[in-house]
Write a protein that binds this ligand. Sequence first.
Ligand code: SF4
Ligand code: WCC
Ligand code: FE2
Length: 620
Amino acid sequence: KKSIEEKTLWPDAARMLDKAEKDGVETAWDRLEQQTPHCKFCQTGLTCRNCTMGPCQIRKNAPLGVCGADADVIVARNFGRFVAGGSAGHSDHGRDCIEALHSVALGKSTDYSIKDEAKLLRIARELGIAVEGKGVSEVALELSDLFFADFGSRQHEVSFLVRVPEKRKKLWNELGITPRGVDREIAEMMHRTHMGCDNDAPNLMLHSARTCLADGWAGSMIATEISDILFGTPKPGKSKVNLGVIQEDMVNILVHGHNPIVSEKVLEAVNDPEMISLAREKGAKGINLAGLCCTGNELMMRQGIPLAGNHLMTELAIVTGAVELIVVDYQCIMPSLVTAGNCYHTKMVTTADKARFTGAEHVPFDMHNASHQARKLVQTAVEGFSRRDSSRVEIPQGPMEMITGFSNEAILEALGGTPGPLIEAIKAGKIRGAAAIVGCNNPKYRQDYGNVNLAKELIKRDILVLVTGCVTSAVGKAGLLMPEAADEAGAGLHEICKALGVPPVLHMGSCVDNARILQLAGILANELGVDISDLPLAGSSPEWYSEKAAAIGTYCVASGIFTHLGHPPNITGSETVTNLALSGLESLVGASFGIEPDPFKAAEMIDERITSKRKGLGLS
Ligand code: SF4
Ligand code: WCC
Ligand code: FE2
């Protein structure tokens, strides 16, 4: 049995784990224990359930499934479906954003509006839409139509490939992995993995790459860009993080999930003076909103709303006993939150018809009722305040300060409008390269130990760190998102951070916002006239768990960026697939995966990669 110390790096988590035990609340760590040891066949990818001649398991004395599929085919098929699931998640979120933009453009939604017209016009122009003489709604309509088309079967390539360097596009064409349409690639993956279809592991892996490229350069990128258009492009600003953002004397509402379409409306309702006076009538000082996971990242990037924590903090936030309401949309929401909430007075409300949880109340949100529904929810939370049992409330230490809001627009603005100064800093070796640390928590690791230590090690080596998703909370709690953290950086990075007044670790948003990092890579490569794979860049997900994280890793590699993972996906049962992931992809797409659970060794791995890329560019 793991001690609390072994479960997490954090004092706030440790206190809540202790309280959870006393209060009889089961957590992911407890259930992991019950699930251990895991099935070896599943862990290595050697089970197939794709038809009822099976299910089949590949063993020494049974090397083929009933249909004759071998380990390589079965593993590659399983991986293909795994990343198709992840790509579907990000991209369906992107589709919901298109529907919102479309409905605003048609004047059908009064609940949403276009906040960043300049960005709308900029993107429309970038994608070849003539904007002169047209009204904002007309442009928005054309842009949403173009994005809808990116999901279908009529395009030869998704629109945002205009951001990809020519060399890379040529390579994708030669390999036959140019993403054509988001839904098309995902559906084709399901087709290919049906019994008796694509039975060649490398060919399946190439389509995995294509499916994930459709996620990164279309589904996720569309989600990010439309969210900026509808809710504003992030600018640097202050915020706070850890469970200390939950406030004892206030009504506490947590938003969890991914799409700002719901959480932005909850924020508006929380700020409504009528709601605030209602809360005061109930004896609360006011209404406090905090985020969890990615919708937390979205609200933090644009509105500075504090973040209560990442994936493994979601149950523990409820254990404070001070949360009246948790509003969720979709993805990464543990069904156990309903049960945990029932141990206190915490109500869980679902908002998406495609993500309902038994035992939670369902208050569906759409384009026409969002403001109304959000007010209803906030009212529910306020009423819940009187049911709070103050004897069971315990909120850990005060929150950490942090800086958020580094969209590419904000980064370029800080650099004086062009990527030139960043490139100069890279050439001079003051910034030796950049690494994106992204993704999740996984109870198999000591929570955030890998996320935090890898970031610390990289900045020491003058490698600029970019974070999104659940790594945000990790590095934020460690103080690395403050300008003062430059003191922990190497001399070169320290100098640049001091000159610009920025932290050595930049918060770039939610998981779909990894698309911002892809775009930035494209900008740098185009500026230098090289391919993305020539740049001193790396990606990493030390504590990943989700299908979405695997999709991100795969589009990162297929885009030419070496990607470190703390542990492999369930592919090790196939030598062909494993070798392809760890080295074979290198000769195809100019990058591969590296696996290393120890963050200090992982830093070494990433450093070596960056050094060799610098050499390739003729830099010392
Ligand atoms: Fe078994 Fe082949 Fe059916 Fe998979 S597709 S369950 S390997 S028979
Ligand atoms: Ni993205 Fe991972 Fe968090 Fe979910 S929210 S837990 S995929 S990093
Ligand atoms: Fe996410």
